[in-house]
Design a protein around this ligand. Structure first.
Ligand SMILES: [Zn+2]
Ligand SMILES: [Zn+2]
Ligand SMILES: [Zn+2]
Length: 254
């Protein structure tokens, strides 16, 4: 049994967008108020988080998470890594927190957070203790196999992740054939869908629906959502089995 919890479901701007007066950003529907995209997965007593964006601390407090066993990164854009410092606040870490990502993403994390790796430019008294794992294939956490699923984010390869028959793919504009194979037989798919207007590095809603039709999961959720999309209006337009994700939405999969 996997427990899935959406910690955040917004694109890089978050929602509401600073200074925006559009009806979605002004909406009082809590499902139109989104932190940057992040996901909590729980299995066998382990808490595993995908991406630590700028609202990481707020997300962890909102979800009541008091322990963290691993972090998986999709890629090094600011909306996915800038909350990393706050992993130091989790109590009871006798060993460094395992972090998994592409080698390129690991290099970027070392550049963005030099003090974490003992190369402080200003003296620091407190820093996260992490072990950075540069992955190039499946790995194990808490007795489950985690399979990285490479996808295109515009011209850049980033990672989605599959555990059992659940997969999470955020910022994506194309899934190569080899990765489509890794996504066969899925029960639940989470897929990024930014807006209706085409975008060079993200699927539109229509493109995401097309991919979902090809992969044929039993259930799909759209995430990494921009402020062009109203939750209720977009939800009503989706085919059966596809739902708009929203912050704090939680469900279980086998
Ligand atoms: Zn993003
Ligand atoms: Zn807006
Ligand atoms: Zn991105």
């Amino acid at each position: 049994m996997l427990n899935i919890h959406f910690l955040g479901t917004a694109t890089s701007s978050g929602m509401p967008v600073i200074g925006c007066r559009c009806p979605r950003c002004a909406s009082t529907d809590p499902r139109n108020q989104r932190y940057r995209a992040s996901l909590l997965m729980k299995w066998n007593g382990a808490n595993v988080i995908i991406d630590t964006g700028p609202e990481f601390r707020l997300q962890v407090i909102r979800a009541g998470i008091d322990r963290l066993d691993a972090v998986l990164y999709t890629h090094e854009h600011a909306d996915h890594i800038y909350g990393l410092d706050d992993v130091r606040m989790f109590p009871d870490h006798s060993a460094p927190l395992p972090v998994f990502c592409f080698p390129r993403t690991a290099d970027a994390i070392e550049r963005v957070f030099p003090y974490v790796f003992g190369r402080a430019t200003v003296a620091a008294t407190s820093r996260p203790s992490i072990s950075l794992n540069r992955i190039d294939g499946a790995f194990d956490i808490g007795g489950e196999t985690v399979t990285p699923v490479p996808v295109w984010h515009g011209p850049t390869a980033i990672l989605g992740y599959r555990v059992r028959d659940f997969a999470y793919i955020t910022d994506c504009s194309e899934i190569p054939p080899k990765s489509m194979e890794l996504l066969s037989g899925l029960g639940t798919l989470v897929l990024g869908a930014l807006r209706h207007e085409p975008h060079p590095t993200h699927y539109t809603v229509a493109q995401a629906l097309e991919v979902i039709t090809q992969i044929r999961p039993r259930r799909a959720f759209l995430t990494h959502i921009g402020h062009d999309l109203d939750h209720e209006e977009t939800s009503a337009s989706l085919p059966p089995g596809v739902e708009m994700a929203y912050d704090a939405l939680e469900f279980e999969v086998e």
